[in-house]
Design a protein around this ligand. Structure first.
Ligand code: WTA
Length: 677
């Protein structure tokens, strides 16, 4: 069984692992030379920097000069910026590259189309095995321009919000970049979310435009995306237009707001003048879950986000010109934004778009793709690795994976077994495994090992070290930084970096309350962390009521709201329980209204179906325990600590129950829980 990371890997066993990796150097203190796998020409202008340690320290102590130099050499500007940064962590203020004008789509497409028009920008690995589509930078430019012109022709303007609800595909990437080209703010909604979840995000963003696809196909299953959009539209009268692209071309229900995207693009001009954007204009918003209330639209701006995504893609993955880079995330999540689209394309890379699922048509799908496309970097989620390792090594071994150099992991802690399998079986012991820690809010990877091909150490299952410009801090409950020892603390970031989120769309107070007020002077991530060997960072998990199910973030409150709406339900409380594949799963406790029988036929089925239809399939609780009451304190607060223990089956270890209003409630719940096993 997979326990929480903190339980699974006590620091004592870490030491053994460290010896196993024959650690003889501590990278911070003994970096005698600048060991970067890919060259960083800018180093020449960093005075006195001769070692990796120097370089990292320079990025902190001379942060402005470090980022200014990179921004000038790596981005194409219409007008130069006059001030590198105006940031104040004590009030949650962040502005980068002030006064600069640029266009992100020009940076991601035009400049590469000019120098290298026939280079492949995107390789679409379609759901159907062996079906690929290749898009060159020149072709991508035309797609982006035609799509951008179609938006403009229908009345979309700079600053307008555009919801994108599409499967992973070149047209989805073009839609994002087309928004960037005309200065519209995209809000990509993961195409696994329900009509209600989509409607909620459309309304919050005030989007008048949706770009979608007739059907999506994943693992051979057809998802009627357009029909889901139609259902969302009923709740969103302010939507004026729905652009529709075609994937399967099957029939769908039309509305008078539909615009056929292929048709519009074929009529539109093939060049679109890029809009000159201010560095701090909005680039996109992306909804993510918090511990309370509705999802929050995290806002990222133009220049800082792009530069940070590019730098991390290049240096974390040792990306070199000519590499084939595959991040198998969906574009609906931040990983897809930063490491399928903006980072790689900003760097002029060839980026693979993976439309399918890891087990279709069989559990060798990823590795079949790696062999066929000769992939050099593979970036995926621990949940998929855990799933695949159960099928054994043969699905990996039958493919030639010798092109792989770096294997990335993201979204949740990677447990030891999965890490070792990834390293030894997939990577044949020869690839660097980089366990990357970051969040929608950080814009890009914040804590990560760096590729060790130069003899550096990688500690299994730990993101280890901050990226350039990032200074993590472990902070105690008293708000003071913890120094020394293997102490657990809140994982905070102390210094500003260009990729940091700027606000929550329409709710800056919530932004400050969530990230900057809990530990004044720091950005608080919501995660806990500790240091191993007083040196390497390890994430211990969320400190709030946010679940991480198969790498997808979800607030317990989002599931509770749906369960509460059911006519028979008095109250619901959701907690997370460890799950051997998904990492974590939702476990729901539901108390019924008076007069409703606990034996009511198919109540559990109805509740599960409500969550599936109103949130998403991944949110459906694995188990639902129906009872007559929930354990509460005398002041009426639900005692989640006890529910977590009950859910985990630890009924004999419930801790202090003396503050409960009615201790017999727990006894009854414990009895019910035992019956469920
Ligand atoms: C978790 C995904 C442990 C963490 C990029 C974080 C991780 C949340 C790791 C962000 C990791 C992400 N080890 N936990 N390497 N990477 N997380 O916004 O709890 O979807 O706060 O961004 O995922 O999820 P999000």
């Amino acid at each position: 069984m997979i326990l929480s990371l903190s339980k699974q890997i006590p620091s004592a066993s870490r030491k053994i692992k460290l010896q196993w990796f024959s650690v003889t150097t501590a990278p911070y203190s003994h970096g005698h030379e600048i060991k970067l796998t890919t060259p960083m020409p800018e180093v020449a202008s960093f005075k006195g920097v001769t070692s990796y340690t120097d370089l990292y320290n320079y990025s902190i102590t001379n942060s402005n000069h470090f980022w200014e130099t990179h921004a000038k050499s790596r981005l194409k500007w219409f007008e130069p910026f006059h001030t590198t940064s105006e940031c104040d962590m004590s009030v949650g203020k962040a502005k980068w590259f002030l006064g600069g004008k640029l266009n992100v789509s020009v940076n991601c497409v035009d400049r590469h189309a000019q120098t290298n028009p026939d280079k492949i920008a995107l390789i679409w690995e379609k759901d159907e095995l062996g079906q690929n589509e290749f898009v060159t930078y020149q072709q991508l430019l035309e797609m982006v321009c035609r799509l951008a012109n179609s938006l403009v022709d229908s009345g979309v303007r700079k600053g307008d919000r555009v919801a994108i609800y599409m499967p992973v595909s070149p047209i989805a990437v073009a839609a994002m970049l087309a928004c960037a080209r005309i200065g519209a703010v995209h809000s990509v909604v993961f195409a696994g979310f329900s009509a209600d979840a989509l409607a909620q995000r459309i309304k919050d963003a005030g989007a008048e435009t949706i770009i979608t696809t007739d059907q999506a196909v994943r693992g051979g299953k057809v998802i009627e995306l357009k029909n889901i959009v139609n259902a969302a539209l009923v709740q969103c009268p302010s939507v004026k237009r729905v652009f529709l692209s075609h994937r399967l071309g099957k029939s769908y229900a039309r509305t008078d707001k539909d615009i056929d995207l292929d048709e519009a693009m074929s009529k539109a001009d093939k060049y679109c003048e890029p809009v000159s954007m201010d560095s701090e204009d909005l680039l996109f918003m992306l909804y993510t879950s918090g511990s309370t209330g509705k999802p929050k639209g995290i806002v990222h701006t133009q220049a800082g986000y792009l530069l940070y995504a590019m730098m991390t893609q290049k240096y974390v993955f040792d990306y070199r010109d000519g590499d084939i880079y595959a991040c198998v995330a969906d574009v609906g999540w931040i990983t897809g934004h930063s490491y399928v689209v903006y980072g790689p394309l900003g760097n002029g890379a060839t980026s693979v778009l993976f439309e399918s699922v890891p087990t279709y048509p069989d559990p060798g799908r990823y590795w079949n793709m790696v062999e066929r496309l000769r992939i050099n970097q593979f970036y995926g989620a621990p949940t998929a690795i855990r799933l695949l390792l159960r099928y054994g090594d043969s699905y990996v071994k039958k493919y030639d994976l010798s092109t792989l150099r770096v294997l990335g992991s993201v979204g949740e802690p990677i447990n030891h077994e999965a890490w070792e399998w990834y390293h030894n079986v997939v990577g044949n012991g020869k690839c660097d495994v980089v366990d990357t820690w970051w969040q929608t809010e950080t814009g890009g990877i914040a804590i990560t090992p760096r590729p060790s091909s130069l003899g550096d150490v990688i500690v299994p299952s730990a993101p280890m070290r901050p990226f350039f410009g990032i200074q993590p801090a472990l902070v105690g409950e008293d708000g003071k930084e913890l120094v020394g020892g293997d102490s657990d603390g809140a994982c905070c970031l102390k210094t500003p970096w260009p990729g940091m989120a700027r606000t929550i769309y329409g709710d800056h107070e919530r932004f400050l309350d969530t990230y900057y007020r809990p530990y004044p002077g720091y950005y608080f991530s919501g995660d806990g962390a500790r240091k191993i060997e007083n040196e390497f960072f390890q994430i211990t998990g969320r400190m709030d009521d946010v679940l991480n199910i198969s790498g997808h973030r979800l607030g317990t409150a989002e599931i509770e709201d749906i369960l509460d709406e059911h006519v028979d339900v008095a109250e619901a409380a959701v907690v997370g329980v460890p799950h051997h594949i998904k990492g974590e799963e939702a476990f729901a406790f539901v108390s019924l209204k008076e007069g409703v029988s606990k034996q009511k036929v198919n109540l559990v089925g109805e509740l599960k179906s409500d969550v599936r239809q109103k949130v998403a399939a991944f949110a459906v609780p694995g188990q639902i325990l129906i009872s007559d009451a929930l354990p509460k304190t005398r002041s009426g607060k639900i005692m989640r600590r006890i529910l977590r223990k009950l859910a985990a089956g630890e009924v004999n270890d419930l801790g202090d129950t003396s503050t409960l209003a009615d201790p017999t409630v727990v006894e009854r719940l414990a009895a019910e829980r035992l019956k469920m096993k």
